[in-house]
Design a protein around this ligand. Structure first.
Ligand code: AMP
Length: 303
């Protein structure tokens, strides 16, 4: 079962006390696609400028990502983002967000994209997310991600989108901003009340919660000895989660729990290098090995 993702394909510059990178490939849809491609075929919809070259496309093509929906705007510039980390890698500042060709992006979905059974609205302008939702046919399973940048600028549009999706992915800071609640359990209840059936609430190195109206689940983070660049961890988490779910026989409690573990694992790989280097070299075997290790870490014997 293939999955359609709409989001940013970007150039990212990162500054951290332990290193930096300039205009490396990034973007919410890029990280999502690389992670999800280990589980299911991925079709990407985004826009780039003509500064996005064949070598950049090859990073996605090498993982079999379908780029029919990747539009190149003649004379346009690719979305650019600069982030800065402090000593604590969970603490990030948005330094520059240049929407560039994303500012007026209004994709017209082709027939195979409109009829998808699985759709992921990666982090981007909620008005574009709403536009995409308006074009899909049938009742696909829709996942959605966002960021403080949009919560602070387009809360009303975002709330309307959240009311129409099946699964929402946020981190602790975003959950607090969205709900106005400091306590995360109360924040989760408030957000579920906005409409999504599934809420994934990520807490960086402290793991991730899943909430539905029927059950809760917690997945610890995979313990990494070195975190070089957490950029894209959230998108890669969503890629592993949604990619696995799209390949699973049902969206039920057992498969949602497993999806949380796969998301945790793909997110952990994203943190190990700047940009997408680690995800590029990833194999299914790497993922299976880490899956076993994480399950072992929390296994207990019951009498
Ligand atoms: P994450 O670390 O999972 O929040 O994702 C970071 C990625 O999202 C980076 O590769 C950025 O290019 C991209 N990004 C940053 N800000 C935005 C934004 N306002 N809208 C869409 N994508 C963004």
């Amino acid at each position: 079962m293939s999955i359609v993702v709409v989001g940013t394909v970007a150039f990212d510059s990162i500054e951290a006390p332990w290193g930096s990178t300039e205009r490396a490939i990034g973007g919410s849809a890029t990280y999502f696609s690389l992670a999800a491609s280990h589980f299911t075929p991925v079709k990407l919809i985004a826009v780039v400028g003509d500064d996005f070259c064949a070598e950049h496309r090859a990073i996605l093509e090498d993982r079999g990502v379908d780029l029919e929906g990747l539009v190149t705007e003649r004379g346009g510039k690719t979305f650019f983002w600069k982030g800065r980390y402090g000593e604590d890698p969970n603490d990030r500042e948005n330094v520059v967000t240049d929407l560039n060709c994303f500012e007026h992006f209004s994709p017209l979905l082709a027939a195979p994209h409109r009829s998808t059974r699985w759709l992921f609205l990666a982090n981007m302008d909620p008005d574009i997310q709403a536009d995409i939702l308006g074009q899909v046919e049938g009742e696909p399973f829709v996942g959605c991600d966002t960021q403080t940048f949009w919560i602070e600028r387009k809360l009303e549009s975002l709330r309307r989108v959240i009311g129409r999706v099946d699964a929402l992915f946020v981190n602790d800071r975003e959950a607090r901003e969205l709900s106005g609640r400091r306590n995360l359990m109360l924040a989760a209840r408030e957000i579920l009340g906005m409409g999504p059936k599934v809420l994934v609430l990520k807490k960086g190195e402290h793991g991730a919660f899943l909430f539905t109206k029927d059950f809760r689940f917690f997945a610890p983070a995979y313990p990494l000895s070195e975190v070089l660049d957490p950029t894209g961890a959230g998108d890669s988490f969503a890629g592993g989660f949604m990619g696995y779910l799209a390949s699973a026989p049902a969206v039920d409690e057992a498969h949602l729990r497993r999806a949380m573990i796969y998301g945790t694992i793909t997110g952990s790989f994203a943190c190990e290098t700047f940009s997408v280097e680690r995800l590029r070299g990833l194999t299914d075997e790497h993922i299976s090995k880490r899956f076993g290790e994480l399950v072992d870490l929390v296994k207990i014997e019951l009498d």
